[in-house]
Design a protein. Structure first.
Length: 286
């Protein structure tokens, strides 16, 4: 007597079930991509050096090495004057981080794999933006704690203090679009590093970030005081009570830094975001 044979194909089909496909929205998809970037940071903590070690190094270097040779009229002293500039520089470098990360994902085919899934194409950019803002926020927290150690304090009310941080995060959001634009346009991480280093460093140093502008040559002072980074830095200093009286002949943005900063954030986002999206779509077109 023989036992009935079992078709292995039929048995495998009956035991393997297709995973359930759930419909998700843009926010859920974006958070999944942002979570991937957070996992990279957890597995490679050195990715946080640009918002931990580097800002602390800048704070200590300028506060204790260069600060003794820079005179400011701020009652709280140069260290209080310095913190807003360091924070403005750090959030401006958010564009650097986004550009490098996006270019690396494009080059390795990660973005193509994501786009092959049934997700909203915008989720890739939104997820990258969420993780980059969180990245910059870590830097602001680290610098604030470092500032408290060296004597920096906020001398205004809670509302003005919070508005200062919101302006910094708003600027970081605008810079993310710059990073997406550059990252989508460049073909290699090396090219991104070259372009961003050649642009972001002069922009952040040719400003009032580390030293007052009134002692600069006339032309450089004009450029520095109309530099959007100077408006951001001056706005944060005013909101935190760490500003100094404006020197005679200061440019118009220095007298109204808060509305100028808000205007720059809106303008940069409105102009660069469409360019970034168009460049990204062209780069990832089938």
């Amino acid at each position: 007597m023989t036992s009935p044979t079992t078709d292995p194909t039929t048995h495998a089909t009956s035991t393997l079930e297709r995973p359930e496909i759930r419909t998700t929205g843009l926010l859920t998809q974006s958070w999944a991509i942002a979570r991937r970037n957070f996992l990279h940071i957890r597995r490679m903590p050195e990715m946080l050096m640009d918002v931990t070690i580097q800002p602390v190094m800048f704070v200590l270097l300028f506060a204790y090495v260069f600060g003794s040779s820079i005179d400011v009229a701020t009652p709280a002293g140069y260290r209080a004057f310095l913190l807003a500039g360091i924070m403005a520089q750090t959030v401006a470098f958010a564009s650097f981080i986004v550009a490098v990360g996006l270019t690396a994902d494009l080059d390795k085919g990660i973005v193509d794999r994501m786009r092959s899934l049934p997700i909203n194409p915008a989720a890739v950019l939104v997820g990258r933006s969420i993780s980059s803002l969180a990245h910059s926020s870590i830097g602001l927290v680290v610098m604030s704690l470092t500032g408290l150690v060296i004597g920096w304090r906020i001398h205004t009310n809670v509302f003005e203090a919070a508005l200062g941080y919101l302006l910094l995060l708003g600027w970081g959001f605008a810079m993310i679009w710059v990073g997406i634009w550059v990252g989508s346009a460049m073909r290699s991480v090396e090219a991104v590093n070259g372009v961003m280093f050649a642009t972001m460093f002069p922009i952040t140093f040719l400003a009032n970030t580390f030293a007052p502008t009134d002692r600069m040559p006339t032309f450089l002072r004009f450029v520095a005081e109309w530099n959007p980074i100077s408006s951001l830095t001056q706005a944060v200093r005013e909101l935190w009570g760490n500003d100094q009286p404006l020197a005679e002949g200061a440019a118009f943005p220095m007298h109204h830094p808060i509305p100028f900063t808000i205007g720059w954030i809106i303008l940069i986002t409105a102009v660069v975001a469409p360019l970034a999206i168009r460049t990204f779509r062209a780069r990832t077109a089938d």
